[in-house]
Design a protein around this ligand. Structure first.
Ligand SMILES: [Zn+2]
Length: 434
């Protein structure tokens, strides 16, 4: 057992449902045994109740739950920074040529390690990962994630049209390869499988039918939707009988409470109603939307329809794996939307980067906050001494104010340590004295 003592903050409440400040909770100490949080409260109380237990002091900065990234592409970790292109051109010129390289297993193995180590270094301990088009590359990702103890939900990306030929599979091969992967990896430790058509633009009705068969096995589902106007127009042309983009998935039974759709920057009200009716979640990817010029995410309309929204980094279109940066960009976007925006508080930002993601992935019984009984997945954000962030945290008037300064200023260099189920996995000395 260990008692962790510091400035511990999480969002056991939902800031979108009531008073945002009331969603935030601060504590002095957590008691952790076998990777699970057994008690929380004042340090003196936990020490008195558990005399003799070692105390690990995390002085300075904030201890927050491990971040949850609900949309990130593992084969694109080497393809960040392709600026100046809209979605479909970026895919063709930047992303897909790189994704083709994962046909080679040794390449995929190296990329999987870089990707997962990058997640940990950014404080992300759970993720819904958009996979590779190659089954052997998925074996590499799952095996590497298992070794690191990460909560990873992922699956083979399937497509049978329009993309470059080496990335295409047939509905039959997609079914067979996915079934094998599900048998090997789904519900194995912290790993789960997600059926993943790239988007209906590149998936025929037959392929989407195959996806529906796979979803019937109790796995998860993810794909893209309503990211870019040219993409939406192309999908409308490919499915003339569909009522809207979401309908291309809905007709195959792919809109469910286990479905997470990335982007949804340009939804119609009918699509929002269908998402809400089926309890599907949306992964909002702010830096990607800005980098590709996709548009400003209508968060208020999602919230008013009762749709659950979490954050995704969408690497490689996004500008890195660090979820606080996505939360800050989400805040900027809502400010730019003026009266149509939803002004976000520090409690919203922490919730979006942690508990909202756990809820979208059905993991909120296990991670996402520091409630007693949950896994101790945690990030210690402690800025280097003398840094502008350290100065600002020192002058914060309360924990909410400290969080605001962290979201404004923190970078992965401020990730001092990370725990996955109680195991310390990163002991970063960092770039300077702390
Ligand atoms: Zn994406």
């Amino acid at each position: 057992m260990t008692i962790y003592a510091g400035t511990i903050v999480d969002t056991p409440g939902d800031p979108f449902a009531g008073d945002p400040a009331g969603a935030l909770r601060q504590d002095e100490a957590l008691l952790v045994r076998d990777g699970v949080i057994r008690a929380r409260g004042p340090l003196a109380t936990l020490r008195a109740g558990h005399p003799g237990e070692p105390v690990t002091r995390l002085d300075g900065g904030l201890l927050v739950p491990g971040f949850v990234d609900t949309h990130v592409h593992f084969p694109q970790i080497r393809a960040i920074g392709g600026l100046g292109l809209p979605l479909l051109d970026w895919l063709e010129q930047c992303a897909l040529p790189e994704e083709s390289k994962l046909a080679e297993v040794a390449y995929a193995r190296a990329v999987a390690a870089e990707f997962l180590d990058g997640l940990i270094a950014s404080g992300t301990t759970s993720a819904l990962v958009f996979g590779s088009h190659f089954a052997a590359a998925m074996d590499e990702l799952f095996a590497a994630a298992e070794r690191r103890g990460l909560n990873i939900t992922s699956g083979l990306v399937v497509s049978d049209r329009i993309l470059r030929p080496d990335l295409l599979n047939t509905p039959q091969s997609a079914l067979a390869d996915s079934e094998d992967l599900i048998l090997r990896w789904h519900d194995r430790g912290r790993l789960r499988y997600a059926v993943t058509p790239r988007f209906s633009l590149s998936a025929s009705d037959e392929m989407l039918d195959a996806c529906a068969q796979l979803l019937g096995k109790g796995v998860w589902f993810t794909s893209h939707i309503n990211e870019n106007l040219a993409e939406i127009a192309t999908v409308a042309g490919l499915f003339p009988e569909a009522r809207h983009y979401l309908d291309t998935y809905r007709r195959h039974g792919l809109v469910t409470a286990r479905s997470v759709y990335a982007h949804n920057v340009h939804p119609g009200d009918a699509e929002l109603a269908v998402l809400a009716e089926h309890g599907a979640s949306v992964a909002h990817c702010p830096t990607s939307n800005c980098a590709l010029g996709s548009g400003l995410f209508p968060l208020r309309r999602h919230v008013e329809h009762g749709i659950h929204v979490a954050l995704g980094s969408d690497v490689g279109a996004g500008a890195g794996l660090f979820l606080p940066k996505e939360a800050l960009q989400a805040y900027f976007i809502q400010q730019l939307l003026g009266p149509d925006g939803l002004s976000l508080t520090p409690a919203h930002l922490l919730y979006l980067a942690t508990r909202a993601g756990a809820q979208a992935l059905g993991l909120d019984g296990r991670v996402g906050d520091f409630a007693v009984g949950k896994d101790f997945d945690a990030v210690w954000l402690r800025p280097a001494g003398g840094s502008t962030l350290a100065v600002n945290v020192r002058h914060a008037k309360d924990v909410s104010d400290a969080l605001a300064r962290v979201f404004a200023l923190a970078t992965p260099a401020d990730v001092a340590d990370v725990w996955i189920r109680g195991v310390r996995v990163r002991d970063a000395a960092g770039p300077g004295p702390r």
